[in-house]
Design a protein around this ligand. Structure first.
Ligand code: HXC
Ligand code: NAP
Length: 291
């Protein structure tokens, strides 16, 4: 597992930056965390499963020779988030919070139990808010600048059937980014987001790409660039957005989806038209030889 390759970034770009990634033990959070560590950051990760956090910490130590800090914490539990932030600050203030932890699954909304709705909204909306408020109030009290970045989804922009709790919660997280950009901007706190398209991970694919979807058009057909994303592509955007190079960006969420949502907006026929042979286009042109 290595993300290193040709890069725009200096090896020590993030030296001195103390960064918490919620849900950083797996999937995209883990890949982004690895990139941050490669660039010199002091990384802290949290999640509910101690063994996942420990395994990631061990991998980073073996691969990069760096110790990272781990905290078992369910971000739905406001008291637990408060205690985690106290423990983190006891070792030194954070500079960056990355709200990455999420829950999602496919379900018909009319069949959802309230517990199912809460399970997703409490992680994505409330969990992000609890972490953000705990970091923000410490930064403001100490006059410390900081950046909050949240991982959103396309559904925050467009809505999405069968993942309504996630869509609602991510839209709320986007509202938080835009609201706090103004409220906390004068303190030097930036709030930004990224909107990833499909980046295969075990967690997302297990829940959102079940066997029943086999036989559907391949996911790549719905992406203008005709492929899914690679983790290093998202990780490098997440480096840029927390770096000094992005110091004047706040309240903004950057889409990184290979043109997926625009391909969807263009409608299903766009994909078919992209397969038309020249003869079809010629038949529509008034001056082309119809003989
Ligand atoms: C309907 C479901 C369900 C499902 C769970 N529930 N799965 N209802 N359909 N598929 C219901 C349960 O029956 C229960 O309600 C309630 O939800 C809580 O379930 P628990 O299993 O007790 O909850 P918990 O252990 O807290 O797990 C939370 C979770 C789970 C969200 C349900 O999936 C999880 O831990 N997810 C974390 C990782 C994750 O989701 N990663 C994917 C992120 S991808 P009742 O009423 O029965 O008690 C993403 C966007 C990707 O966000 C976009 C890709 C293009
Ligand atoms: P993932 O591997 O399942 O990541 C989710 C992480 O969140 C896990 O490490 C999980 O660890 C943690 N988590 C879940 N509930 C938590 C809670 N209550 N408290 C603390 N941590 C919790 O899935 P992923 O695909 O990498 O998703 C990462 C982020 O990217 C999410 O915000 C997701 O919405 C977003 N995203 C992903 C895609 C994609 O294509 N993969 C696309 C768009 C957006 P524990 O289970 O141990 O707690």
């Amino acid at each position: 597992m290595t993300l290193a390759r040709n890069t725009l970034y200096r090896d020590d770009l993030l030296a001195g930056q103390r960064i918490l990634i919620t849900g950083g033990g797996s999937g995209l959070g883990k890949s982004i965390g690895q990139r941050y560590v490669e660039l010199g950051a002091d990384l802290v990760i949290c999640g509910r499963r101690a063994e996942v956090l420990a395994q990631t910490a061990q991998e980073f130590q073996d691969l990069l020779g760096v110790r990272i800090e781990t905290h078992v914490c369910d971000v739905r539990d406001a008291q637990a988030v408060h205690a985690m932030m106290d423990a983190i600050w006891a070792q030194g203030p954070l500079d960056v919070l990355l709200n990455n932890a999420a829950g999602n699954f496919l379900a018909r909304t009319d069949q959802l139990s309230t517990r199912a709705f809460d399970a997703v909204v409490d992680i994505v909306l409330k969990g992000s808010a609890y972490c953000t408020m705990e970091a923000g109030r410490r930064w403001i009290a100490a006059g410390h600048k900081g950046t909050v970045m949240s991982i959103l989804t396309q559904s925050a922009l467009t809505g999405m059937p069968y993942t309504v709790p996630s869509a609602m919660a991510k839209a709320g997280a986007l509202a938080m980014i835009r609201s706090l950009a103004v409220e906390w901007g004068p303190y030097g706190i930036r709030t930004v987001g990224v909107v990833p398209g499909p980046f295969p991970t075990e967690g997302a694919w297990k829940r959102l790409m079940p066997q029943e979807r086999i036989g559907e058009a391949p996911i790549e057909h719905g992406v203008a660039l005709r492929r899914v994303g690679e983790h290093h592509e998202l990780a490098d955007l997440c480096v840029y957005l927390i770096s000094d190079s992005a110091a004047f960006i706040t309240g903004e969420a950057v889409v990184i989806d290979g043109g997926r949502w625009l391909q969807g907006a263009a409608g299903a026929s766009a994909y078919h038209m992209q397969q038309w042979p020249d003869s079809t286009w010629d038949s529509l042109h008034p001056k082309k030889d119809k003989a």
